[in-house]
Design a protein around this ligand. Sequence first.
Ligand code: ADP
Ligand code: ADP
Length: 572
Amino acid sequence: MIDPHAGTLVELLAPPARARELIEGARDWPSWNLTPRQLCDLELLMNGAFSPLTGFLGRAEFESVAETMRLADGTLWPIPLTLDVTEEAAAGLDGKPLVLRDPEGVPLAVLHPEDAWEIDREAKARAVYGTRDEAHPGVAHLFHRTNNVGVGGRVEGIQLPAHYDFPTLRLGPAELRRRFARLGWRRIVAFQTRNPMHRAHFELTLRAARELEANLLIHPAVGMTKPGDVDHYTRVRCYQAILPHYPQHTVELALLPLAMRMGGPREALWHGIIRKNYGCTHFIVGRDHAGPGVGSDGKPFYGPYAAQELFRAHEDELGVEMVPFQMMVYVEDDDAYRTLDELPEGARTLSLSGTELRDRLADGREIPEWFTFPEVAAELRRTHPPRNRQGFTVFFTGLSGAGKSTVANVLLTKLLEMGGRPVTLLDGDVVRQNLSSELGFSKEHRDLNIRRIGFVASEITKNGGIAICAPIAPYERTRREVRDTVAPGGGFLLVHVATPLEVCEQRDRKGLYAKARAGIIPEFTGISDPYEEPADPDVVLDTSKLSPEEAAQEVLLHLEREGYVGPALHSI
Ligand code: ADP
Ligand code: ADP
């Protein structure tokens, strides 16, 4: 079996007696609640996937890794692994060990701090990612989701983070090595992925394993991957569905709780080191491996083969052989996948992009069998139903008396009449009586009110229901926040009820404008408090020109155009 990186598999879990000591000590030591990424990093430190690291990097190691891709002793290590904490947490250290806790407060490990320093984000971004452009997800994370102070030091593990999902697939390096030994596997090619696997991936992994006469480890990253990726529950079901298509006794699936950085070439090298620790001898490196997408100038951050070049340059030192990912395309006439370089002259090839796949899922169109196995398509359909079966939120915004509630109620009855999905109306006044009864009308309170509405709407939407919201929601930023909370789980439609202030004031259904003018009600929207017009409404309604029915029709037609409501036949 291949040796771990730098010779020994490091395991940081303390023996039981020492672990008890640490738990006792933890009562008096300062604590740090790990961020989701740190939780992933700690797990891979403790289980040895990051061998030879024995803790989070100190400043000198950090700088050496950032600049030279090597630890101070010269060992190849391309990604700096730091524990970033707040200034308060760093100030509280005072020479004591730092207890690292999971989000529920369970102590997982103890770090013995050797140094603490202010992280230079600019320098780190440039050194590791080669850019400070925030279109790069790794850079965006660094700038907006990390704390200022790095704390370096040795880690002693108490227990691994708990995982209740797919426990039989979560094997650490030592466990996986034992399993390989038991199976008699010696040449093992690892396939890293953060996406569902389709036929092309199946064909290329099968071919790689066959050509090398090696066994195959499908080793998907299930920690944090690129924002917007298919969730790991769905992905794992897809991988499980594809396994029976491989020859028997040739393939294993295991999950890697890795928080990806989307660091391109450096990350590819890191992935290879990690797989070496898991006992793999070969590693498949694709075109644009761990690619972060394009920069704000529209150009890719790294060349398509930069990852392969960097890997190739360190292959001998690492001792893990790179298997370059061959672009596989479907040749219609042969009903088979071929690599680009073996395409017959004038062959008719078919391909489907990720965007096209998402569009097909959203519209409920067919996904061809040549593209993905039907079992995989079925799994994807379960979590990505067509739009006319997804939940959505219609968010009305506008001045008091603009007609939000009136139109929202007409829309509500139309949607109830259609049936098929549960509908909830979160009207401004009703919400203020229930969810937000303690709140007033300061900016802070208004924002809090809208965030609550957004949270409820996102839960409803995610679970396939329809939420109709009708608050004033005067602030652009907060409305955007709501869109960002809701949109990942379904549709979001912003409707600006843009009835002119004079009309609203003239209607003065509740007599509030008169009171506001008289100064009896302070901070009244449109009179003594701001209303920021939406910059990106999906629908604009002026109820001084449209009847409530006409206004509701405008919204329905927009929903229809976007695919969220469809023919009665297909809506069940
Ligand atoms: P908001 O919820 O925006 O505060 P409401 O819907 O409670 O507004 O109040 C709007 C008032 O304007 C209601 O009294 C409604 O009857 C009246 N109104 C008159 N014409 C229209 C219209 N075309 N659309 C909506 N409301 C209208
Ligand atoms: P927001 O979106 O700003 O939180 P809501 O839609 O939740 O506003 O609440 C607005 C309702 O509260 C109005 O329809 C009106 O009946 C009432 N109201 C009372 N005082 C004010 C005020 N100062 N500004 C706006 N609306 C007020």
